[in-house]
Write a protein that binds this ligand. Structure first.
Ligand code: KG4
Length: 340
């Protein structure tokens, strides 16, 4: 086994075809092809996603190898997303990774997508310290909202999770109500920037413990908009920035309140955030301010590694390589896949 293996990571769990190369926790290349075709349907169409992965995967992997300035023969292992995700999309990445590992006669490493999001902060970059165990990870993406206690690379405990919609999904659905393109999250973030977050007051769900619920909040916004539009058909147009700021502020407050409770319960004051929503400017600012005020350590991923990406898959590939955790060619992809 090499001390500093060069590992290719492949991510195809949803609508991003991505490949990255890592060595010694440094990202040598990170290529991502985002499938914009889904925008016109307001959500990801699984069959179209699979076909586009199939069409683009060779080019994306070749581009990653080129950008890293290496040759295929220098690769020491191939890591790929086993699940969770869209099964058709996962199978394209799995088949490609398995074939390449057989041809190059190098180990195959399957990676859980959520596990990769949680460990993304181990990628070396200038923006943050490398996490120390144990830490609390707020995992906020299109499909997941969880607070995870990370005790080691392979020992994690979910302390709280959403009982219904994920926070990213809620951003996207509210974006849709506001007439914004898919995905609405980054656009709400953008418009909120110029808005007054105190303009509209939205009530927060009262959920015990560390679990979340966003479904009632989403319906609350739907009826709020319906009511306002009855009196003023231009209500959204004339108040877009303030609505976005107020919605975003409430959602981020819900997340932060739960995080504070998690710190209280566990007495762990090291915080990481991860997943697509961790790109949110306001969330990053609020977490940063809170952690500085409370003297908590915090780890925010580089913006390139917040939404689905292959760098995080390569990162877990690197850790699993170190622990000799390799997979057989018969490993099965799964739409639902437990954390490791
Ligand atoms: O992690 P990710 O790529 O997908 C899943 O694996 O689920 O996250 C995508 C989600 C989308 O819901 C998108 O709207 C949200 O992340 N997102 C954001 C921002 N950037 C992406 N939400 C709020 N603010 C952002 N800046």
């Amino acid at each position: 086994m090499k001390k500093y293996p060069i590992i290719l990571g492949i991510e195809t769990s949803c609508d991003e075809t991505a490949a990255a190369i890592i060595q010694n926790n440094n990202i040598m290349s990170n290529i991502m092809y985002s499938q914009s075709i889904h925008k016109k349907y307001g959500g990801v169409i699984p069959e179209l996603a699979s076909r586009l992965h199939y069409k683009n995967i060779i080019q994306v992997v070749n581009a990653a190898i080129l950008q890293a300035n290496i040759t295929q023969k220098q690769l020491d292992a191939i890591a790929y997303t086993r699940g969770p995700g869209l099964i058709g999309s996962l199978l394209i990445g799995a088949s490609f990774a398995k074939s390449l590992s057989m041809v190059l006669k190098i180990p195959l490493i399957s990676v859980n997508h959520i596990h990769a999001h949680v460990l993304v902060n181990f990628i070396k970059d200038d923006q943050h310290n490398i996490p120390k165990f144990p830490y609390l990870c707020l995992m906020v993406s299109g499909g997941n909202t969880q607070i995870i206690q990370v005790n080691s690379f392979f020992h994690m405990k979910i302390l709280g999770k959403t009982l219904d919609d994920a926070v990213g999904e809620t951003f996207d659905k509210i974006g849709n109500m506001l007439g914004l393109a898919y995905p609405g999250g980054p656009l709400i973030d953008k418009y909120a920037n110029g808005g007054n977050y105190k303009k509209f007051n939205f009530s927060k769900p009262k959920i015990q413990g560390l679990d979340f619920s966003f479904s009632g909040f989403k319906t609350h916004i739907l009826y709020f908009l319906k009511r306002k539009l009855q009196h003023d058909p231009n209500f959204i147009k004339n108040n877009l920035t303030d609505i976005c700021a107020s919605v975003q502020n409430t959602m981020i407050d819900i997340l932060i309140e739960k995080l504070k409770i998690a710190v209280q319960i566990t007495a762990i004051n090291r915080i990481a955030i991860t997943g697509g929503v961790s790109a949110n400017y306001f969330l990053r600012q609020k977490i940063t301010n809170l952690c500085i005020k409370e003297n908590w350590e915090f780890y925010l991923p580089n913006n390139n590694y917040t939404t689905d990406n292959a760098a995080m898959i390569a990162m877990v590939g690197s850790i699993k390589y170190e622990y000799n955790m390799f997979d057989d060619i018969n490993v099965v992809s799964s739409a639902n896949h437990n954390i490791i």
